[in-house]
Design a binder for this molecule. Sequence first.
Ligand code: FES
Length: 149
Amino acid sequence: MDFDRVDKILKAYGMKETHLVSILLDIQTEANFLPREILSYVAKKLGIPLSQVCRFATFYKAFSLKPRGRHVIKTCLGTACHVRGAVKVLQTIERELGIRDGDTTRDFKFTLETVNCLGACALGPLVVIDNDYYGQMNTTKVPKMLKDY
Ligand code: FES
């Protein structure tokens, strides 16, 4: 992502720090994460301390300071999913992809994350890849689910 594009996003929000979260969301949507040099640039252009920008960038789980994969896998470890075997599902995904929770595959195809509830507890154990829901997951379904991508 180049600085010209960041300037356009900043201008779209009137160069106002009150829109910082929206600005960061737009940058992440385009860059797939929040590069450090872009955060510094945003701070400078808005005339606010870098620490203030970083506070927002690290507070919200929706933001990532590391490059993310093209597909984001969210494995629910909330209570309803946990009691139905979500940990084993997560371990199988980790083993299949060779990464741990919070990591991205070397080819940047997948990023693996865990969440505490996806709001569809009746479907648990639940895994969401991008916007696709995989309910009643178990360890044997994991390889086929990943092959869909
Ligand atoms: S606990 Fe998994 S969706 Fe709610």
